[in-house]
Design a protein around this ligand. Structure first.
Ligand code: C2E
Ligand code: CA
Ligand code: CA
Length: 384
């Protein structure tokens, strides 16, 4: 990200530049308006920091220059005058169609400037594997839990942990927008999966202390299975967190790329031996499902929500759902219908013999505090 600073005090320019560079900007500082314009023309900046008093000239003229020449960059204003001058310049900038994102008073507080630059930086900065890794280290993720239940007998089978990125400037980002990128780099998806397993293990105990212990399912990417030590690393976390056997399971989405089947058998087999149950996620969407079912130690099958969501309207979906539930039963596997949104759908898939239901009808993904409340309510039904 390129940033250009105009301040007639070279020490000030250097200070701003140092702070900006530490955040990841490529910064250039000039002291004269003529150099400022030359720099803009040579290579348009992506962010401008402008001092309103620059020797003979004034910053307002530079604002007009930027507007007249069509530079639509975000601008941070700095001024030693009182707040009113800054306010006026800000209004003028707005009237000229410029994007004045902040106005800071001199003497400049480094912390203020850093906060502003960080905020701008993260909105300008595209999401990248590096940004993701930093976010994992900064604990910017959170988990939500969605219940999976059977209604007859009435039982909460488990909670599925679903990750969200609580980005400091973009807000909550859904997993579909960053998991595919994380999967491009094994070390990124490995770090994320480890974070999720640790956090879920912590939350398991939060619920247990409230007498609401429920098994937890975590989503694992096929990329995670590339490393032979994956079962050992996961087992170490689960055991270190004192999670009883059988209380943690993994949902694995079948990868589209051809995986090494011997490696899959090795890794998945050892996960099972270490007390972690395995579920095949989004069943029906990949091409290798049937082969995987025969070869790999899954104990549960989740029918993709695209089939469930129109099972009451489409004869084809109905045929698929019925066959998959039969297949699971014949292989002594549990079958879960995900994406159950209506009572009609729930009744239908129950009548076909699905073991468990998951979907907005039962409960949406919720934060840990909210899920505790949900669990209490659900276990004591009003109608019972
Ligand atoms: P998934 O594993 O198939 O998870 C189910 C998704 O369906 C969730 O979306 C959930 O919010 C949504 N859903 C649940 N019930 C309903 C319903 O009744 N109707 C509709 N329309 N949608 C429903 P979410 O949370 O956005 O997650 C999307 C995907 O991201 C997940 O699909 C999973 O593949 C992936 N994912 C989530 N968390 C993780 C994680 O920690 N690690 C990995 N590797 N992938 C994750
Ligand atoms: Ca899943
Ligand atoms: Ca799914």
């Amino acid at each position: 990200m390129k940033m250009l600073i105009l301040d007639d005090d070279p020490a000030m320019g250097a200070l701003v530049r140092r702070i900006a560079e530490r955040i990841g900007f490529v910064a250039d500082a000039v002291t004269r308006a003529v150099d400022f314009r030359a720099a803009c023309e040579a290579s348009p900046p992506e962010l401008v920091v402008l001092d309103l008093q620059i020797g003979e000239e004034d910053g307002i003229e530079q604002l007009r220059y930027l507007a007249d020449n069509g530079y639509r960059v975000p601008i941070i204003l700095i001024s030693g005058h009182d707040r009113r001058v800054l306010g006026t310049a800000r209004q003028l900038g707005g009237a000229l169609g410029l994007d004045i994102i902040d106005a800071l008073n001199k003497p400049l507080r480094a912390a203020d400037l850093r906060a502003t630059l960080e905020r701008v930086g993260s909105t300008l900065r595209p999401l990248s594997p590096q940004v993701l890794l930093e976010a994992i280290r900064d604990d910017q993720f959170r988990l939500e839990y969605q219940p999976i239940v059977s209604r007859n007998p009435r039982k909460v089978l488990k909670l599925e942990a679903l990750v969200r990125w609580n980005h400091p400037s973009r807000g909550l980002i859904p997993p579909d927008q960053f998991i595919p990128m994380a999967e491009l780099h094994a070390e990124v998806i490995d770090a994320l999966t480890e974070w999720v397993v640790r956090e879920a293990a912590h939350d398991y105990h939060v619920l247990r202390e409230k007498n609401l212990a429920v098994p937890i399912a975590v989503n694992v990417s096929a990329v995670n299975l590339h490393r032979l030590d994956f079962p050992d690393r996961m087992h170490a976390i689960v055991q270190g967190a004192r999670i009883p056997d059988g209380e943690f399971s993994f949902e694995i989405t079948e990868g589209t790329a051809t995986r090494d089947p011997t490696q899959m058998m090795d890794v998945l087999g050892r996960l099972r031996l270490k007390g972690i149950d395995l579920s095949i996620d989004d069943f029906g969407m990949g091409y290798s499902s049937l082969l995987q079912l025969r070869q790999l130690p899954y104990s549960e099958l989740k029918i993709d929500k695209s089939f469930i969501m129109d099972v009451t309207r489409s004869r084809d979906s109905l045929a698929v759902v019925r066959s998959v539930i039969d297949l699971a039963r014949n292989m002594d596997m549990i079958s879960i219908a995900e994406g159950v949104e209506t009572e009609e759908t729930a009744v239908l898939v129950e009548s076909l013999g699905a073991t468990g239901l998951q979907g907005y009808l039962i409960g949406r993904p919720m934060g840990i505090e909210q899920v505790a409340i949900w669990l209490r309510d659900w276990m004591i039904p009003v109608s019972a």
